[in-house]
Design a protein around this ligand. Sequence first.
Ligand SMILES: [Ca+2]
Ligand SMILES: [Ca+2]
Ligand SMILES: [Ca+2]
Length: 284
Amino acid sequence: MTRRWTIICLLSALWLPLQLKAAAIMVNEYRNTGGTVGPGTKMVRDEYIEFVITETITAAGLASLSFGDANDATSMLQGVFRFDQATLDQALTNANLSSFLPGTIIVVKGVNLGAQSLAYDPLNGGWSFELVAGQGARDHGETLINGNINFGNNGEVVWISSSNPPARNSDTSGFIHAIGHDNAPGLIATTVAAAFGSENILASTVTTGRSIANTGDTTESLVSSTTATMGQPNGGLNTTWIEGLRSASPDVNAVPEPSRSLMTMIGMMALQSQRHRRKGGPHA
Ligand SMILES: [Ca+2]
Ligand SMILES: [Ca+2]
Ligand SMILES: [Ca+2]
């Protein structure tokens, strides 16, 4: 093997994790209970997943993703779900928006956690909406991998993937984000820790009645907690970060006058400096 080929291989290996990090949506929390799967729902009735949107994304963009969980040994993928686009379109219509804004929280929940809620309205402070498993969040139609979403005490990985659906129950190639827990990580948990950072897998088993929640930002700080914050930021830095994403959204906050005049001034100064440079001839 030539030296050039070795360099290409090394560069590819470096590039891959960086590419994986570019996620428009992240898993923010999941709730483990001792409940069971309801008939046809394919998800435990009182468990939930919470996603946070970090970059503006359309309904079609979200509907092109798949998400799910792993088995208790975190050695293979288990349930494979997708977002239903018609449901997402309805949430956007309700919000009078054409895409989902950064800071939005999407809940996917079991049938016992209340009716589906599409009352998405960020322009008036309504930053979350809730999809019921089997309704706005469905088992993936191409059931190459056919399991129920069921969070385990021994281990779990909750993932979201651009691969629709993953080709095999070991296919992590499309993962854009994942978090989990396991005191003895299997293949899926090990791959996630290598791709996204060891902080994405809590090195512990958990008991039922607990949430695994990110109390950090894009760099996870996972905690296991009895507190459930379904549809809400997880406190601490996580809340600061999500509120920051929301307040930075141009759709929500029109630029106030002082900032606008400041921007105009900066623009004029830049133009002036450009003209000055042209007059001064070429620069070294
Ligand atoms: Ca469980
Ligand atoms: Ca599981
Ligand atoms: Ca939460």
